[in-house]
Design a protein around this ligand. Structure first.
Ligand SMILES: Nc1ncnc2c1ncn2[C@@H]1O[C@H](COP(=O)(O)OP(=O)(O)OP(=O)(O)O)[C@@H](O)[C@H]1O
Length: 314
Protein backbone atom coordinates (compact mmCIF):
# COMPACT_ATOMS: atom_id res chain seq x y z
CA UNK A 1 0.00 0.00 0.00
CA UNK A 2 1.24 3.48 -0.84
CA UNK A 3 2.08 5.56 2.19
CA UNK A 4 1.19 9.18 1.41
CA UNK A 5 2.76 11.93 3.53
CA UNK A 6 -0.68 13.49 4.03
CA UNK A 7 -2.33 10.35 5.42
CA UNK A 8 -4.45 11.22 8.49
CA UNK A 9 -2.43 9.06 10.87
CA UNK A 10 0.83 10.73 9.96
CA UNK A 11 -0.70 14.21 10.11
CA UNK A 12 -2.16 13.42 13.52
CA UNK A 13 1.23 12.46 14.91
CA UNK A 14 2.88 15.61 13.62
CA UNK A 15 0.07 18.10 14.38
CA UNK A 16 1.17 20.19 17.35
CA UNK A 17 -2.30 21.67 17.79
CA UNK A 18 -5.47 20.31 19.33
CA UNK A 19 -7.66 22.39 17.03
CA UNK A 20 -7.08 24.55 13.97
CA UNK A 21 -9.90 26.57 12.43
CA UNK A 22 -8.99 28.46 9.25
CA UNK A 23 -11.16 31.13 7.64
CA UNK A 24 -14.31 29.39 8.83
CA UNK A 25 -17.60 30.76 7.53
CA UNK A 26 -21.06 29.51 8.49
CA UNK A 27 -24.27 31.02 7.16
CA UNK A 28 -27.86 30.30 8.07
CA UNK A 29 -30.89 30.92 5.91
CA UNK A 30 -33.99 32.13 7.71
CA UNK A 31 -37.50 30.86 7.00
CA UNK A 32 -37.96 33.99 4.84
CA UNK A 33 -34.93 33.00 2.77
CA UNK A 34 -32.64 35.72 4.15
CA UNK A 35 -28.99 34.76 4.63
CA UNK A 36 -27.29 35.44 7.92
CA UNK A 37 -23.55 34.98 8.54
CA UNK A 38 -23.13 33.52 12.05
CA UNK A 39 -19.38 32.81 11.74
CA UNK A 40 -17.47 35.16 9.51
CA UNK A 41 -13.98 34.01 8.49
CA UNK A 42 -12.90 32.87 11.96
CA UNK A 43 -9.26 31.80 12.47
CA UNK A 44 -8.28 30.00 15.69
CA UNK A 45 -5.49 27.69 16.81
CA UNK A 46 -5.74 25.85 20.15
CA UNK A 47 -2.49 24.31 21.39
CA UNK A 48 -2.44 20.98 23.22
CA UNK A 49 -2.96 21.35 26.97
CA UNK A 50 -4.41 24.87 26.77
CA UNK A 51 -7.51 25.89 28.70
CA UNK A 52 -9.24 28.38 26.42
CA UNK A 53 -12.31 30.44 27.19
CA UNK A 54 -14.41 31.23 24.16
CA UNK A 55 -16.09 34.38 25.36
CA UNK A 56 -18.73 36.47 23.66
CA UNK A 57 -22.17 38.01 23.97
CA UNK A 58 -25.39 36.28 22.91
CA UNK A 59 -25.39 35.43 19.23
CA UNK A 60 -21.61 35.93 18.80
CA UNK A 61 -21.30 32.55 17.07
CA UNK A 62 -19.88 30.45 19.92
CA UNK A 63 -22.28 27.51 19.68
CA UNK A 64 -22.14 27.54 15.88
CA UNK A 65 -18.32 27.33 16.06
CA UNK A 66 -18.43 24.57 18.68
CA UNK A 67 -20.89 22.55 16.57
CA UNK A 68 -18.42 22.71 13.67
CA UNK A 69 -15.55 21.82 16.00
CA UNK A 70 -17.43 18.70 17.08
CA UNK A 71 -18.34 17.74 13.53
CA UNK A 72 -22.07 18.32 14.22
CA UNK A 73 -22.21 20.73 11.29
CA UNK A 74 -19.90 21.68 8.45
CA UNK A 75 -18.56 25.13 7.56
CA UNK A 76 -19.77 26.70 4.32
CA UNK A 77 -16.14 27.53 3.65
CA UNK A 78 -12.85 27.25 5.51
CA UNK A 79 -11.50 24.22 7.36
CA UNK A 80 -11.67 22.71 10.85
CA UNK A 81 -9.15 20.13 12.10
CA UNK A 82 -8.76 18.40 15.45
CA UNK A 83 -5.36 16.80 16.09
CA UNK A 84 -4.82 17.10 12.34
CA UNK A 85 -7.99 15.10 11.60
CA UNK A 86 -11.45 16.02 10.32
CA UNK A 87 -13.63 16.60 13.43
CA UNK A 88 -15.91 13.59 12.91
CA UNK A 89 -12.90 11.28 12.71
CA UNK A 90 -11.39 12.75 15.90
CA UNK A 91 -14.73 12.39 17.71
CA UNK A 92 -15.17 8.79 16.53
CA UNK A 93 -11.68 7.98 17.78
CA UNK A 94 -12.70 9.23 21.26
CA UNK A 95 -10.13 12.04 21.17
CA UNK A 96 -12.78 14.72 21.73
CA UNK A 97 -15.76 14.86 24.06
CA UNK A 98 -18.27 17.56 24.83
CA UNK A 99 -20.45 18.85 27.63
CA UNK A 100 -23.33 20.58 25.90
CA UNK A 101 -26.02 22.72 27.48
CA UNK A 102 -28.93 20.33 27.43
CA UNK A 103 -30.12 16.84 26.67
CA UNK A 104 -28.60 13.43 26.87
CA UNK A 105 -29.82 12.33 30.32
CA UNK A 106 -32.62 9.94 31.29
CA UNK A 107 -34.48 11.33 34.32
CA UNK A 108 -35.38 7.98 35.93
CA UNK A 109 -31.89 6.48 35.95
CA UNK A 110 -29.59 7.00 38.91
CA UNK A 111 -26.31 8.82 38.43
CA UNK A 112 -24.27 5.59 38.74
CA UNK A 113 -26.59 3.70 36.37
CA UNK A 114 -26.25 6.49 33.81
CA UNK A 115 -22.46 6.38 33.94
CA UNK A 116 -22.46 2.55 33.83
CA UNK A 117 -24.86 2.47 30.88
CA UNK A 118 -22.85 4.89 28.74
CA UNK A 119 -19.62 3.42 30.08
CA UNK A 120 -20.56 0.09 28.46
CA UNK A 121 -19.95 1.83 25.10
CA UNK A 122 -16.34 2.48 26.11
CA UNK A 123 -14.57 -0.80 26.84
CA UNK A 124 -11.96 -0.28 29.53
CA UNK A 125 -13.57 2.84 30.99
CA UNK A 126 -13.13 3.00 34.76
CA UNK A 127 -16.62 3.95 35.96
CA UNK A 128 -15.64 4.66 39.58
CA UNK A 129 -12.64 6.76 38.59
CA UNK A 130 -14.68 8.79 36.11
CA UNK A 131 -17.35 9.48 38.75
CA UNK A 132 -14.69 10.55 41.24
CA UNK A 133 -13.01 12.86 38.70
CA UNK A 134 -16.31 14.56 37.93
CA UNK A 135 -17.24 14.82 41.62
CA UNK A 136 -20.46 12.76 41.36
CA UNK A 137 -19.54 9.75 43.54
CA UNK A 138 -21.59 11.06 46.46
CA UNK A 139 -24.59 11.40 44.13
CA UNK A 140 -24.36 7.86 42.79
CA UNK A 141 -27.78 6.62 44.01
CA UNK A 142 -29.67 9.81 43.23
CA UNK A 143 -32.08 9.81 40.29
CA UNK A 144 -31.11 12.23 37.53
CA UNK A 145 -34.49 13.98 37.91
CA UNK A 146 -33.57 14.77 41.53
CA UNK A 147 -30.19 16.30 40.65
CA UNK A 148 -29.84 20.06 40.45
CA UNK A 149 -28.83 21.70 37.18
CA UNK A 150 -25.23 21.94 38.40
CA UNK A 151 -25.18 18.27 39.45
CA UNK A 152 -26.57 17.24 36.06
CA UNK A 153 -23.77 19.21 34.38
CA UNK A 154 -21.21 17.37 36.51
CA UNK A 155 -22.84 14.11 35.42
CA UNK A 156 -22.53 15.21 31.77
CA UNK A 157 -18.90 15.97 32.54
CA UNK A 158 -18.46 12.40 33.90
CA UNK A 159 -19.99 11.01 30.70
CA UNK A 160 -17.62 13.14 28.62
CA UNK A 161 -14.66 11.64 30.51
CA UNK A 162 -15.66 8.03 29.69
CA UNK A 163 -13.73 8.03 26.41
CA UNK A 164 -10.68 9.50 28.20
CA UNK A 165 -10.60 12.37 25.70
CA UNK A 166 -7.58 14.55 24.93
CA UNK A 167 -9.81 17.51 24.19
CA UNK A 168 -12.89 18.54 26.12
CA UNK A 169 -15.29 21.09 24.66
CA UNK A 170 -17.85 22.68 26.96
CA UNK A 171 -20.68 24.92 25.79
CA UNK A 172 -21.67 27.25 28.63
CA UNK A 173 -21.36 24.38 31.10
CA UNK A 174 -22.19 26.42 34.18
CA UNK A 175 -25.21 28.33 32.85
CA UNK A 176 -27.72 28.56 35.67
CA UNK A 177 -25.33 27.33 38.41
CA UNK A 178 -24.83 29.29 41.59
CA UNK A 179 -21.37 30.50 42.62
CA UNK A 180 -20.53 27.45 44.76
CA UNK A 181 -21.68 24.93 42.13
CA UNK A 182 -19.71 26.83 39.50
CA UNK A 183 -16.57 26.79 41.60
CA UNK A 184 -16.90 23.03 42.28
CA UNK A 185 -17.49 22.33 38.62
CA UNK A 186 -14.39 24.25 37.55
CA UNK A 187 -12.26 22.66 40.26
CA UNK A 188 -13.12 19.27 38.74
CA UNK A 189 -12.38 20.43 35.18
CA UNK A 190 -9.13 22.11 36.20
CA UNK A 191 -7.88 18.87 37.76
CA UNK A 192 -8.24 17.18 34.41
CA UNK A 193 -6.69 20.11 32.62
CA UNK A 194 -3.70 19.79 34.98
CA UNK A 195 -3.23 16.23 33.66
CA UNK A 196 -2.71 17.71 30.18
CA UNK A 197 -6.21 17.64 28.73
CA UNK A 198 -7.01 20.49 26.32
CA UNK A 199 -10.16 22.35 27.35
CA UNK A 200 -12.17 24.90 25.42
CA UNK A 201 -15.29 26.37 26.97
CA UNK A 202 -17.86 28.87 25.76
CA UNK A 203 -19.08 31.37 28.29
CA UNK A 204 -20.81 34.73 28.68
CA UNK A 205 -19.02 35.36 31.92
CA UNK A 206 -15.83 37.38 31.75
CA UNK A 207 -15.16 36.52 35.38
CA UNK A 208 -15.33 32.80 34.62
CA UNK A 209 -12.96 33.23 31.69
CA UNK A 210 -10.59 35.23 33.88
CA UNK A 211 -10.56 32.70 36.71
CA UNK A 212 -10.44 29.42 34.86
CA UNK A 213 -8.80 29.93 31.48
CA UNK A 214 -5.13 30.30 30.49
CA UNK A 215 -6.28 32.14 27.41
CA UNK A 216 -9.34 34.16 26.50
CA UNK A 217 -10.61 34.31 22.93
CA UNK A 218 -13.18 37.03 22.64
CA UNK A 219 -15.64 36.65 19.76
CA UNK A 220 -18.21 39.04 18.45
CA UNK A 221 -20.34 38.88 15.32
CA UNK A 222 -18.71 35.68 14.18
CA UNK A 223 -15.11 36.77 14.48
CA UNK A 224 -12.25 36.91 16.99
CA UNK A 225 -11.92 40.45 18.35
CA UNK A 226 -9.27 39.79 21.03
CA UNK A 227 -7.08 36.84 21.99
CA UNK A 228 -4.62 36.47 24.86
CA UNK A 229 -4.27 35.76 28.57
CA UNK A 230 -6.88 37.45 30.72
CA UNK A 231 -4.21 39.69 32.23
CA UNK A 232 -2.74 40.59 28.81
CA UNK A 233 -6.23 41.36 27.60
CA UNK A 234 -6.81 43.58 30.60
CA UNK A 235 -3.49 45.38 30.06
CA UNK A 236 -4.08 45.92 26.36
CA UNK A 237 -7.44 47.38 27.15
CA UNK A 238 -6.26 49.47 30.01
CA UNK A 239 -8.15 52.59 30.70
CA UNK A 240 -10.65 53.91 33.12
CA UNK A 241 -14.36 54.02 33.39
CA UNK A 242 -15.96 57.30 34.31
CA UNK A 243 -19.57 57.04 35.39
CA UNK A 244 -22.09 59.69 36.29
CA UNK A 245 -25.75 60.50 36.61
CA UNK A 246 -26.31 62.51 33.46
CA UNK A 247 -29.19 63.36 31.11
CA UNK A 248 -29.29 61.04 28.07
CA UNK A 249 -28.89 63.94 25.58
CA UNK A 250 -25.82 65.19 27.43
CA UNK A 251 -24.45 61.62 27.62
CA UNK A 252 -24.83 61.28 23.85
CA UNK A 253 -22.88 64.51 23.32
CA UNK A 254 -20.10 63.35 25.68
CA UNK A 255 -20.00 59.94 23.95
CA UNK A 256 -19.04 61.72 20.71
CA UNK A 257 -15.88 63.08 22.39
CA UNK A 258 -12.72 61.57 20.82
CA UNK A 259 -11.51 60.32 24.23
CA UNK A 260 -14.59 58.16 24.73
CA UNK A 261 -14.39 54.59 23.47
CA UNK A 262 -17.89 53.61 24.51
CA UNK A 263 -20.84 54.81 26.55
CA UNK A 264 -23.20 52.32 28.18
CA UNK A 265 -26.27 53.30 30.23
CA UNK A 266 -26.84 51.03 33.26
CA UNK A 267 -29.46 51.77 35.88
CA UNK A 268 -29.60 55.51 36.43
CA UNK A 269 -25.95 56.01 35.43
CA UNK A 270 -23.96 56.22 32.20
CA UNK A 271 -20.55 54.49 32.01
CA UNK A 272 -17.94 56.11 29.74
CA UNK A 273 -14.97 54.02 28.81
CA UNK A 274 -12.03 56.28 28.02
CA UNK A 275 -8.25 56.41 27.63
CA UNK A 276 -7.82 59.79 29.37
CA UNK A 277 -10.17 60.07 32.34
CA UNK A 278 -8.84 63.54 33.32
CA UNK A 279 -9.86 65.03 29.98
CA UNK A 280 -13.27 63.42 30.24
CA UNK A 281 -13.76 64.68 33.79
CA UNK A 282 -13.12 68.23 32.58
CA UNK A 283 -15.73 67.80 29.83
CA UNK A 284 -18.28 66.44 32.29
CA UNK A 285 -17.70 69.18 34.85
CA UNK A 286 -17.39 72.12 32.48
CA UNK A 287 -19.94 71.28 29.81
CA UNK A 288 -22.63 69.14 31.42
CA UNK A 289 -24.77 69.02 34.55
CA UNK A 290 -23.53 65.50 35.44
CA UNK A 291 -23.60 64.60 39.15
CA UNK A 292 -22.12 61.84 41.37
CA UNK A 293 -19.17 61.38 39.02
CA UNK A 294 -16.96 58.35 39.74
CA UNK A 295 -13.68 57.22 38.18
CA UNK A 296 -12.67 53.55 38.41
CA UNK A 297 -10.07 51.30 36.76
CA UNK A 298 -11.72 49.40 33.98
CA UNK A 299 -12.74 45.87 34.93
CA UNK A 300 -12.42 42.97 32.51
CA UNK A 301 -16.20 42.99 32.29
CA UNK A 302 -16.10 46.56 31.06
CA UNK A 303 -13.28 45.79 28.61
CA UNK A 304 -15.46 43.00 27.28
CA UNK A 305 -18.47 45.31 26.99
CA UNK A 306 -16.37 47.96 25.23
CA UNK A 307 -15.01 45.48 22.70
CA UNK A 308 -18.33 43.90 21.91
CA UNK A 309 -20.63 46.90 22.13
CA UNK A 310 -22.91 46.54 19.18
CA UNK A 311 -22.95 49.56 16.94
CA UNK A 312 -26.37 49.38 15.36
CA UNK A 313 -28.25 46.16 15.00
CA UNK A 314 -27.33 43.41 12.63
N1 LIG B 1 -30.20 27.11 13.00
C1 LIG B 1 -30.13 28.43 12.89
N2 LIG B 1 -30.83 29.10 11.96
C2 LIG B 1 -30.75 30.44 11.81
N3 LIG B 1 -29.95 31.24 12.58
C3 LIG B 1 -29.24 30.62 13.54
C4 LIG B 1 -29.29 29.20 13.76
N4 LIG B 1 -28.46 28.90 14.80
C5 LIG B 1 -27.92 30.09 15.21
N5 LIG B 1 -28.38 31.10 14.46
C6 LIG B 1 -28.01 32.51 14.60
O1 LIG B 1 -26.60 32.61 14.47
C7 LIG B 1 -26.07 33.53 15.41
C8 LIG B 1 -25.01 32.86 16.24
O2 LIG B 1 -25.64 31.93 17.08
P1 LIG B 1 -24.85 31.06 18.15
O3 LIG B 1 -25.83 30.18 18.82
O4 LIG B 1 -23.67 30.42 17.50
O5 LIG B 1 -24.34 32.20 19.14
P2 LIG B 1 -23.74 32.06 20.61
O6 LIG B 1 -22.54 32.94 20.66
O7 LIG B 1 -23.55 30.62 20.96
O8 LIG B 1 -24.91 32.70 21.47
P3 LIG B 1 -25.43 32.34 22.95
O9 LIG B 1 -24.39 32.86 23.85
O10 LIG B 1 -26.71 33.10 23.02
O11 LIG B 1 -25.62 30.85 23.03
C9 LIG B 1 -27.25 34.04 16.22
O12 LIG B 1 -27.62 35.31 15.71
C10 LIG B 1 -28.33 33.03 15.98
O13 LIG B 1 -29.60 33.63 16.02
Amino acid sequence: MLHTPQSPVEKEVTSPDAAVLSKVVKRYTSAKGEEFTAVNGLDLRVGRGEVVAFLGPNGAGKTTTIDMLLGLSRPDSGTVELFGLPPQQAVRAGRVAAVLQTGGLLPDLTVAATVRMLGSLHPGADIEQVMARAGVTALRDRRVAECSGGEQQRLRFALALLSDPDFLVLDEPTAGMDVVARRNFWAAVREDAARGMTVMFATHYMEEADQFADRVVLVDRGNVVADGSASALRASLSGRTVSARIAPQEAAAVAAHPQVRSCVPRGDRHYFDCADSDALLRVLLERTSATEIEVAPRSLEEAFMALTTQEGSR
